[in-house]
Every structure is written in C-alpha cells, then in structure tokens.
Ligand binder design. Structure first.
Ligand code: DX5
Ligand code: ZN
Length: 231
C-alpha cells in the first residue's frame, strides 16, 4: 500500500553499496536516486555510472529523479544502467509527451515531477503515459530542507485527479512526495493522499554511524506512523 524510498543523496557516498544494502534490509521499498546537473538545479550529484554500480547491489526499485536540463539525451543511459522508474520536471523538457514516451520505450516507468509552484495541469494531457506523479515539498537541489505545508493542499488536488483517472480507466498512477518527510509528518502527508514517500535526511541521518540497527529504527517508526493512517 505505501512505499518508502530513502534518498541516497543523504547517504555516505564512501560506502554507498553498504548503505543501500542496509536500508533495503531495514524495509526500504525503493531507492530514490537524485540526479542534479548544476544547471537546472544549483547542485551536482551522480549519473548513470553510479546507477550502474549500485544495480547489482540491490533488487529494489531504483527511482531516478532527474533534475537536469535537457532530459532526453540521458534517459536511455539510465535505462541501460538499470533504472526502474525515471521522473523529470516538465519545465526541463521542451516536449514533455516525447520525454515520457522515451522513458517508457526504454522499458522504465515514467513520471513527472512538480516543483512547489508548478501547476498540476501539466499532467492533464499525458495521464496515459504517467506511472508516477511526484510532488516536490521543497525546492529541488538539496537534502535536509523543511517541508512546505502548502504541499498538503496540492497533494489533495493531485489525489483527486489521479483517483478520477483511475475510476475512469482502472489504471493506477502512484503519488510520490519528496522533501522534508520525517517521522513526525509522514502520517499527515499520507492522509493528504501520498502513497510513496521519499526520505533522505530522515533515514540516512538517523542514529549513529556504525549502529547496525539505525535504519531499522527509523524505517520502523515511519511505517508505524503510516499504519495509523490505515487504508
Ligand atoms: C531534493 C531531492 C530530494 C532530497 C530529499 O532536491 O530531490 O530527494 O534528497 O531529502 P530530504 O528528505 O532530506 O528532504
Ligand atoms: Zn528527489
């Protein structure tokens, strides 16, 4: 019912494989993979080489969040590197429908990412090509920022559109949230309609380095909060 997707942006990159093994063993469903180009967003992170390197480490879904412009050139590289889900920001593509098609043609699930001020109508005419809608609850570029409360209203509006589409077609689109998700707000975010939760600093910042149970504790706490929400 709910998916938890730790963002490796906050992991220890000196031992990335081990970090991924540990969060998955602690119950993470997806691995969220933040790609930044110091152009579309003011930060620079990781690309297809790192995706390829972590692919053999885990069977978990690799959820690639592209914060790059342009997007099309790099899509097949991520598909070849083992990505399962690829999402991008509509403002970063000249041809949103084509980019979504490229992702699906390369065998991945496709999604659009909405910045805090990006209107939801970008999804209206491409619902057929969407597997995931990702709402940013911070401005993209950095981990460890504070959840923007207006996102709760936006989540409710996105939930309505996705539910109406599902009622019409029988096809389910996931609603993912990214930014500032913590143990103390995840239940409220789920009640507003999210079903997939990215958490970077909340997961990888938890506990003490070297403590083998550090991720069990925080992922368990996130799940306990979600259990209070029910179906
Ligand atoms: C921000 C990234 C997020 C980030 C979330 O641009 O897209 O995925 O890692 O980090 P937290 O959970 O710390 O806000
Ligand atoms: Zn992200």
């Amino acid at each position: 019912m709910y998916r938890i997707a730790p963002s490796i942006l906050s992991a220890n990159f000196a031992r990335l494989g081990e970090e991924i093994t540990q969060v998955v063993a602690s119950g993470a469903d997806w691995i969220h993979f933040d790609v930044m180009d110091n152009h579309y967003v003011p930060n620079l992170t990781i690309g297809p080489l790192v995706c390829e390197a972590i692919r053999p480490v885990t069977g978990a879904t690799i959820d690639v969040h592209l914060m790059v412009k342009p997007v099309d050139r790099i899509i097949p590289d991520f598909a070849r590197a083992g990505a399962n889900v690829i999402t991008f920001h509509p403002e970063a593509s000249e041809h949103v429908d084509r980019s979504l098609g490229l992702i699906r043609d390369s065998g991945c699930q496709a999604g659009l990412v909405f910045n805090p001020a990006t209107p939801l109508h970008y999804m209206d005419h491409v619902m057929e090509k969407l597997d995931v809608v990702l709402l940013m609850s911070v401005n993209p570029g950095f981990g460890g920022q504070k959840f923007i409360p207006e996102t709760l209203n936006k989540l409710r509006a996105a939930r309505d559109r996705i539910d109406a589409y599902e009622a019409r077609t029988g096809r389910r689109i996931l609603l993912e949230i990214d930014g500032g998700v913590k143990v103390d707000n995840i239940a409220e975010i789920a009640r507003a309609g999210a079903d997939t939760f990215v958490a970077g600093s909340a997961v990888f910042g938890a506990g003490r380095d070297g403590d083998p149970n550090r991720y069990d504790t925080v992922i368990g706490a996130l799940r306990a909060e979600l259990a209070k929400v029910g179906a």
